[in-house]
Design a protein around this ligand. Structure first.
Ligand code: HEC
Length: 138
């Protein structure tokens, strides 16, 4: 029965204009991503995560460039899991969530534009290299 539904669904879907080229789903806002994922730790400071809106927690972090802080969180720092522990999260969605939290702590960080995304990707490479080196040392 389930298979039948699947076939009917797939058939209907294929008839929709543009369905074949399956466009990437729209990116979520930083607030949405925060509420779905980051809130689990960043609301109350689980594992000492910097708390949303806590200027003391975020003060030192917000001195880092936006691209660097975003990339460091994305690849994972100590108890901060890579991608916030959500493997299907897009880098840009993660970056928006970081900007959302930064704004909640008083920073004027914008959702990343194309230029910022390039900087974040460059910083991601560096952060991954650093992580790989640290692993080799152990
Ligand atoms: C399982 C708990 C957990 C979840 C879920 C989580 N974080 Fe974190 N996060 C942490 C902890 C713990 C730290 C502090 C890490 C440290 O400095 O030791 C942290 C730190 C960070 C930092 C600062 C990184 C740095 O360089 O010090 C950023 C940025 C961040 N998180 C972003 C996010 C975003 C965005 C999400 C949601 C997509 C998220 N986190 C989800 C636990 C979590």
């Amino acid at each position: 029965m389930n298979t039948l539904y699947a076939v009917i669904f797939a058939g209907t879907y294929a008839l929709l204009p543009g369905a074949a080229s399956a466009q990437a789903p729209a990116l979520k806002s930083g607030e949405q991503v925060y509420k779905e994922t980051c809130v689990a730790c960043h609301a109350t400071g689980v594992l000492k995560a910097p708390k949303l809106g806590d200027k003391k927690d975020w003060g030192p972090l917000l001195k880092e460039p936006q691209a660097v802080l975003t990339a460091d969180g994305w690849v994972g720092v100590r108890d901060m899991p890579a991608k916030g522990g959500k493997p299907d999260l897009a880098l840009e969605e993660f970056a928006r969530a970081v900007a959302h939290m930064a704004r909640a702590a008083g920073a004027r960080w914008q959702d990343p534009n194309a230029a910022m995304m390039k900087q974040i990707q460059a910083a991601e490479k560096k952060a991954l290299d650093k992580k790989a080196k640290e692993k080799n040392k152990k």
